[in-house]
Design a protein. Structure first.
Length: 226
């Protein structure tokens, strides 16, 4: 045996002794850690599967409730939607609340519908885009009864924040002003819609139409509404 072979065998023996020593001292912890990792992975897979199954069940219930609303079985549909809104997966909670608000509006319960949309807009769990949608829906329902100041308060944030809903918000403000014969405010809102290059084509056409109507409104009819 050469010196090199001898030293290699000694080195391997020392390494083995150290390995055995370390295993005797820490092996149980290594096994425990490995067991925790396996259990964690298995637990995550079980949780993911359960969440997926729960979401699929909620989706089926939601679809059935919408179908029942369309067919006139409102009471049954509301029971399902209320249940989903209270304890369904987060996404279906939000969708169910929107559907409940729409059902109230369709039934003529405007105040209830507005309250539901306002709650959605104020809920931290609601996505930013959906918050804007809830705000717009509530404002649309209030258009015939709210004064210009209230409408401005309701949608002002969407315009100030450069929201994707700013075009609809500005149109509602223009319509509110026009309804109350506040000609300068109506002209301002519709003119800004026409001037904005980002305004959707169909909305731009409506703004153009409103401006043509405003031209024929005597300024004396303008109110002091703000």
């Amino acid at each position: 045996m050469s010196d090199r072979d001898f030293f290699r065998e000694v080195d391997e023996a020392v390494r083995q002794d150290r390995y055995n020593e370390l295993w005797d001292k820490y092996g149980v912890y290594a096994l425990a850690a490995a067991a925790l990792i396996v259990a964690g992975v298995a637990g995550f897979k079980v949780w993911s599967y359960w969440q997926e199954q729960k979401a699929q069940a909620a989706g089926t219930e939601f679809s059935q409730a919408v179908t029942e609303l369309d067919s006139g079985d409102v009471a049954k549909a509301r029971d399902v939607l209320n249940s989903l809104a209270a304890k369904g997966p987060t996404g279906y909670q939000i969708l169910s609340q929107f559907q409940l608000a729409a059902a109230e509006a369709q039934a003529g319960n405007i105040d209830k519908a507005v309250a539901l949309y306002d709650a959605l807009a104020a809920d931290p769990a609601t996505d930013t885009i959906l918050k804007g949608l809830a705000t717009i829906q509530a404002a649309m329902l209030k258009l015939d009864t709210a004064d210009y100041a209230e409408m401005d308060r309701r949608v002002k944030g969407l315009i100030d924040e450069n929201s994707p809903w700013r075009y609809s918000a500005r149109e509602l403000l223009g319509l509110s002003a026009y309804r109350q014969n506040n000609v300068p405010a109506a002209e301002k809102q519709f003119s800004e819609l026409v001037a904005d290059q980002g305004t959707p084509q169909n909305l731009r056409e409506r703004a153009d139409m409103m401006l043509s109507l405003i031209v024929g409104v005597p300024q004396a009819m303008s109110t002091t509404a703000k």
